[in-house]
Write a protein that binds this ligand. Structure first.
Ligand code: SAM
Length: 225
């Protein structure tokens, strides 16, 4: 068994937490406080997050998609694959080192999505972008924790509470979609989405896509008006 090698580490702003990037052969892992946030061996559900959300909006003229956060770039690459030449993807990443890792050791995992001219990277908390922009996006994709609870840092709890969901609603255009990734079901979160005004579908997806693996959840929440 090849041992894990620590490649780099970086502070999560304002949290006292640390993100660590590990490599074992061709496999990479990003961890926070010893818990895995993302592993390069299984990205079927991260791909599905973008594929399912973009299905409903890719046909629109100049569709705009906001993705939080970057991780290993799989969701970003899947969104680019679904969108046409006039699509735009804004990627919000809280930890600047993650962006550097995607331009360095992780670059080839998702085939360098940051080099695509349709992508703008913002080294920022996705919450700040949601608070600042209204009717700006056709889709907002959230995969910043392992589900609707702050794991990367406690401040992410805001995203999944009423205020954050209302901000996401306001940031979407009519019939826009908020898509949220989770490792497991969460009935209370689905209820909060509905209370915020969204029409909600909960979809079970496989961690390794067509190759199976564990089951993850994606909520597709549509802004109806
Ligand atoms: C689970 S990974 C994302 C995996 C990604 N979907 C992929 O395809 O590789 C979570 C990422 O979100 C970032 N993140 C956490 N909280 C954030 C926030 N509030 N705003 C922006 N990025 C955030 C983390 O630094 C990490 O890069």
């Amino acid at each position: 068994m090849i041992p894990w090698e620590l490649l780099d580490s970086a502070q999560v702003p304002e949290s006292g937490k640390e993100l660590r990037l590990y490599q074992r052969g061709g496999e990479f892992s990003i961890r926070v406080d010893g818990r895995e946030l993302m592993n390069s061996r299984a990205h079927g559900s991260e791909d599905a997050l973008a594929e399912l959300a973009c299905l409903t909006i890719a046909h629109r003229p100049c569709p705009r998609v906001l993705i939080g956060g970057l991780g290993m770039g799989y969701t970003t690459a899947a969104a680019l694959h679904r969108l046409g030449a006039d699509g735009q993807v804004v990627v919000a990443e809280l930890v600047p080192a993650v962006v550097a890792w995607n331009r360095g050791p992780l670059a080839d995992l998702a085939v360098r999505p940051l080099q695509d001219a349709r992508v703008t990277v913002r080294e920022a908390d996705v919450a700040r972008i949601l608070q600042a922009e209204q009717r700006a996006y056709d889709a907002v994709l959230l995969d910043v924790d392992n589900g609707p609870a702050g794991l990367t840092w406690k401040g992410n709890d805001w995203l999944y509470a009423r205020a954050g969901l209302e901000a996401a609603y306001a940031a979407l255009r009519t019939a826009g979609v908020l898509a949220v990734w989770s490792a497991s079901p969460d009935r209370a979160f689905a209820r909060r989405l509905r209370r915020a005004g969204f029409e909600v579908t909960e979809i079970s997806v496989r961690a390794r896509g067509p190759r199976g693996g564990g089951r993850h959840i994606i909520w597709l929440a549509i802004r109806m008006s």
